[in-house]
Design a protein around this ligand. Structure first.
Ligand code: NAD
Ligand code: IPM
Ligand code: MN
Length: 357
């Protein structure tokens, strides 16, 4: 079934607002050359709204997104005025868990040698995709605090791993590998230390792998994966791991791409027709907010992933090529070697996207 072209746009907080303003401009520019048929629905949710009237993610908004949208485009959530991050968790996890977006797909692709931080490695050596489990693990919030504020305090966050949840993310990674001609899938856990939860990952991994004969299943402990990501990234094609480890290794992955300003992501349910949520990997970077400093390219690449999800062919690659051109030409923000502000960097990207469409 064709996906709805209604997109809920949720800039959120901090630089989320800065980069989504530019992402919307990019979509409008693309639409002029190649009509996308999108209808944007701007949501006023985030720290400002929470501080105003305590609203986080209203149930009716969630249901309307679920029933009418093809995607949510999110900037970032997190604001020092809300130190408990109540709104961020409600909104981010509200969509990730509520829409069962069990695959957080985070490509780690270095677009140019200029962005490669590794001695003796090149951009072509860094091109893999992380499948982060997105609905379970320590993120579920099972736990509690006892004797809070006393010397005998106990704080517990349980690590929830279900057979169904583990198996479906493993399958998503193998399916992606199969569909994209990849020959190896790394699964990263800590089954040496976490003998209950991660023994399940270990066992399920090799069981699922039997259904994918041409693809080599390679098990690694997550600490070693961090080493291999730096020492031999060229051997990594697809990584599948749990929610927490996926969060951590994708910030390391972002460093291999030129920083968080270059890292896009998709939260999807590969086995349903429902909406996905698309967001740069980065957060709200409060010190940069509103200063025309933030790199808008992660958000631009995220738009590319979203358009592919919505059934728009070819534009994701155009955006990626244009981002690469901007970086090579130095027409980019300071974090990736340029001297432009957020808006000017997007101007240069829009011009290059226009040339290519
Ligand atoms: P962050 O990603 O906001 O920033 C980490 C570092 O990367 C900072 O040095 C920042 O300046 C830099 N950076 C990030 N994005 C950049 C960009 N587009 N251009 C240039 N530099 C960029 O992470 P943090 O500082 O740990 O977190 C800040 C807030 O964001 C916290 O409240 C955190 O919980 C939240 N957060 C939200 C999301 C999300 O909404 N998906 C993701 C990560 C962090
Ligand atoms: C991310 C973020 C979130 C996460 C935070 C804000 C809860 O770091 O999307 O990578 O840990 O999933
Ligand atoms: Mn993160």
């Amino acid at each position: 079934m064709a996906k709805s072209k209604r997109v809920a746009v949720l800039p959120g907080d901090g630089i989320g607002v800065d980069v989504l303003r530019e992402a919307v401009r990019l979509m409008e520019a693309i639409d002029k050359k190649r009509p996308l048929g999108l209808s944007l629905w701007h949501l006023d949710l985030g720290a400002d709204r929470y501080l105003r009237d305590k609203t986080t993610l209203p149930k009716e908004t969630f249901l309307e997104v679920k029933e009418t949208c093809g995607a949510v485009l999110l900037g970032a959530l997190g604001d020092p005025r809300v130190p408990g991050l109540e709104h961020a968790r409600d909104i981010l996890f509200g969509f990730r868990f509520g829409l069962e977006l069990y695959a957080n797909v985070r490509p780690v692709k270095c677009l140019d040698d200029k962005l490669c931080p590794l001695k003796h490695k090149h951009a072509k050596d860094i091109d893999f995709t992380v499948f982060r489990e997105n609905t379970e693990g320590v993120y579920v919030g099972v736990g509690g605090q006892v004797r809070k504020g006393t010397p005998d305090e106990i704080a517990i966050n349980e690590d929830i791993n279900t057979r169904k949840g583990v198996e479906r993310i493993l399958r998503a990674a193998f399916e992606f590998a199969k569909a994209n001609g990849k020959t190896r899938v790394h699964m990263a856990d800590k089954s040496n230390a976490m003998k209950h939860a991660h023994e399940l990952w270990y066992r399920a991994f090799f069981e699922v792998a039997r259904d994918y004969p041409g693809i080599e299943p390679r098990h690694v402990y997550v600490d070693a994966l961090c080493l291999y990501m730096i020492h031999e990234p060229e051997n990594i094609q697809v990584v599948v791991t749990n929610n927490l480890f996926g969060d951590i290794v994708t910030d390391l992955g972002a460093a291999l791409q030129g920083g968080l300003g270059m890292a896009p992501s998709a939260n999807i349910n590969p086995t349903s027709d429902g909406p996905g949520m698309f967001e740069p990997v980065h957060g709200s970077a409060p010190p940069l907010a509103g200063k025309d400093i933030a790199n808008p390219f992660a958000a631009a690449l995220t738009v590319g992933m979203m358009l592919t999800h919505l059934g728009v062919d070819g534009v994701e690659a155009v955006i990626e090529d244009a981002v690469r051109d901007c970086v090579v030409a130095g027409q980019c923000t300071r974090d990736v070697g340029g001297s432009l502000g957020t808006t000017a960097a997007m101007d240069s990207l829009v011009a290059r996207v226009n040339d290519r469409l």
